[in-house]
Design a protein around this ligand. Structure first.
Ligand SMILES: Nc1nc2c(ncn2[C@@H]2O[C@H](COP(=O)(O)OP(=O)(O)O)[C@@H](O)[C@H]2O)c(=O)[nH]1
Ligand SMILES: [Mg+2]
Ligand SMILES: [Zn+2]
Length: 368
């Protein structure tokens, strides 16, 4: 590959690892590109054109669609893909390169019998900015859910408190945030007035990718615009529409900032459903885990067992009762998911056996 093209790709997060994956002989003649935007069945990708970065409108090749076993196998924003250019400005996506990290959520099935599908919100992300607004809507419990998702993703979470101008008591709020996010840095800022943004500088390095995650209306797009110094994304108008549930941002889109960092803006997830395992829940509750080391029983559920150090910590005020409750709730959800996941796997296994049994019957019949 010509050096300039390599430079263009690097500016969009291309690394040695992706280059190696793309070298496989089956990908001969294909061009690497990064997915900037995902819409229903269509993607905008960025490739290295002859004279600079070039945006292409892309569709998925039939084989890719056919071989995708789940939604998660299709390109997501932030993915590196291999494309075959077709008409000028257009391309067909032939393959998705293995992801370095990914944010998934459980896609709720329409009916009882629907399987749980995994939906990838953003791929190949270095930093997960978990965005929550200061003021009366601030909710450390919600932050915990996003954090669990983040620990599972392979990206590093950063808790971002926006609209710091609305905080009545920023000190207390910061203390709550630090407690909700053990192991993650906490940054408070006000995008409207433009202060505190420098707290994100360490994460916005050239070629690094951050994703903005959080409920609708928390100021994600406003923050993106403030970081970019120009209006990249439309922002909700407070006066025009006050009520909840309006999503000004409707797609997941990757932008390049003047600093050279890449930021994915997302619409708010209405109900954030977990696609995580018990391990991820435990990493976002490392404080509870630390107390649990001293529980008398290894498998203590901290629910009334004798010698429970976690409950003792709640009683002594070292651990917030809400936090233990929150841990329980997430645990229950994960267990539910795991349980619900099993019948699906079982049904698939049964179908395979049925097919095999039929094939064997047919063979025996033919022999007779
Ligand atoms: N007071 C205050 N309002 C803000 C701030 N940042 C954003 N907002 C407002 O919050 C609303 C939602 O912002 P938006 O960026 O669209 O949120 P998004 O849905 O997370 O992308 C808009 O009316 C913004 O003007 C801030 O720092 N302070
Ligand atoms: Mg938005
Ligand atoms: Zn215990």
């Amino acid at each position: 590959m010509h050096l300039d093209r390599e430079e263009i790709l690097k500016a969009y997060g291309w690394t040695e690892g992706f280059a190696e994956a793309a070298e496989s002989p089956e990908f001969e003649g294909l061009e690497p590109a990064r997915v900037l935007e995902t819409r229903r069945g269509a993607w905008t990708v960025l490739a290295a054109g002859a004279s600079g970065p070039e945006e292409l409108e892309a569709a998925a090749a039939g084989r890719l669609l056919h071989e995708a076993a789940a939604q998660a196998d299709l390109p997501a924003t932030g993915d590196w893909v291999l494309v075959r250019p077709t008409d000028p400005g257009r391309a067909l996506i032939q393959a998705v390169l293995p992801r370095r990290s990914k944010f998934s959520r459980k896609r709720p099935g329409e009916t009882e019998r629907d399987r749980i599908d995994e939906q990838v919100i953003a791929a190949n992300v270095d930093w997960a900015f978990i965005v929550g607004a200061a003021g009366k809507d601030w909710n450390p419990r919600r932050a915990e859910r996003y954090l669990t998702l983040a620990w599972e993703s392979g990206a590093q979470p950063v808790l971002v408190i926006t609209k710091a101008d609305l905080a009545e008591d920023l000190e207390t709020l910061l203390a709550q945030a630090v407690e909700a996010a053990p192991g993650a840095p906490v940054v408070a800022l006000c995008a409207r007035e433009g202060w505190g943004l420098e707290g994100l500088d360490p994460y916005l390095a050239p070629g690094k990718t951050a994703v903005l995650l959080g409920s609708s209306g928390t100021g994600k797009s406003t923050l993106l615009n403030a970081l970019a110094g120009s209006e990249l994304q439309r922002v909700q108008d407070v006066r025009a529409d006050d009520h909840r549930g309006r999503h000004t941002t409707t797609t997941r889109t990757l932008f390049r900032l003047p600093s050279g960092a890449l930021v994915i803006d997302t619409p708010g997830l209405r109900e954030i459903q977990l696609w995580a395992d018990g391990q991820a829940v435990d990493s976002s509750f490392s404080d509870i885990e630390a107390f649990a080391e001293s529980c008398r029983f290894r498998d203590c559920s901290h629910d009334g067992e004798p010698g429970c150090a976690v409950r003792a910590a709640v009683e002594s005020g070292d651990l917030a009762a809400e936090r233990l409750e929150s841990w329980r709730k997430l645990r229950r959800e994960v267990e539910f998911l795991e349980r619900r996941g099993d019948p699906v796997a079982e049904a698939a296994a049964r179908a395979v056996w049925r097919t095999r049994a039929r094939a064997i019957q047919a063979m025996e019949k033919a022999r007779r």
